[in-house]
Ligand binder design. Structure first.
Ligand code: FPP
Length: 235
């Protein structure tokens, strides 16, 4: 079995999962966060080296205040508990997205977690928070424009590589496989630049129910597609 080096996941369906059980949406998010711990462990055991998950998009601020507050509380707590998972799995953690809009204490916890785990090589977890693919590209354009205006580079030095190096995912290989749970067949502004050549896998399973068997199904589907090109990417 060819294990993808980098798997990206759109964690969708927490709300629908909770509703089916007659529970509030935030209960679904809590179970979703617990399930992330399970999948990190499984991914690590399988030898997946990079895992990138969409936890909070730039559009998610438009949800009801109670839900946004619940998600922020969950992320705040996660930054603490994640340290245990990180040392167990020798996992480095990086948060991608515009962190400047997050509360100061969350920004501080993120910085601590990133610093404490930066040398771990078991698995690399990227958590997208206040992340939007278009916003990431916009920020990259701003950075490069400033470099041109200050004379640090000339515009002909703007290559695809330079753009990649100025995105939040700098230094991280592009995803081989994107998984989206819970029926929707779109990428919702996730990793727009980085997903250019990735395989997409969509499942009806809601995120809190996405377990090891479901992850294996996604990897099998990825293997079947790769075989069509003799295990050589179409790229
Ligand atoms: C989509 O489900 C999910 C989210 C908007 C948040 C994802 C967050 C988590 C899994 C938990 C927090 C993550 C970490 C890293 C601690 P939805 O609410 O859109 O579900 P629905 O489409 O069924 O309404």
């Amino acid at each position: 079995m060819n294990i993808p080096n980098h798997v990206a996941i759109i964690l969708d369906g927490n709300g629908r999962w909770a509703k089916k059980k007659g529970m509030p949406r935030n209960y679904g998010h809590i179970q979703g966060a617990k399930n992330l711990e399970v999948i990190i462990e499984e991914a690590h055991n399988l030898g997946i080296k990079y895992l990138t998950v969409y936890a909070f998009s730039t559009e998610n601020w438009n949800r009801p205040k109670e839900e946004v507050d619940g998600l922020m509380k969950l992320l705040r707590n996660y930054m603490k508990t994640c340290l245990k998972t990180a040392s167990k799995n020798r996992m480095s953690v990086r948060v991608i997205g515009d962190k400047s809009r997050l509360d100061d204490d969350i920004q501080k916890r993120i910085a601590e977690l990133e610093n404490l785990t930066r040398d771990y090589e078991g698995i690399h977890l990227q958590i997208a928070i206040n992340y939007g693919g278009r916003d990431e590209i916009r920020r990259c354009v701003q950075t490069l424009t400033q470099k041109v205006c200050s004379g640090e580079i000339t515009s002909d030095k703007i290559t695809e590589e330079l753009i990649s190096e100025n995105l939040d995912t700098a230094g991280i290989p592009d995803p081989d496989l994107l998984i989206r749970t819970c029926k929707e067949l779109r990428i919702s502004n996730f990793l727009l630049w980085q997903l250019a050549y990735s395989e997409f896998y969509f499942t009806e399973v809601e995120w809190p129910d996405f377990d090891k068997a479901e992850l294996m199904k996604a990897i099998e589907a990825y293997n079947n597609r790769n075989r069509k090109f003799g295990n050589v990417s179409e790229q």
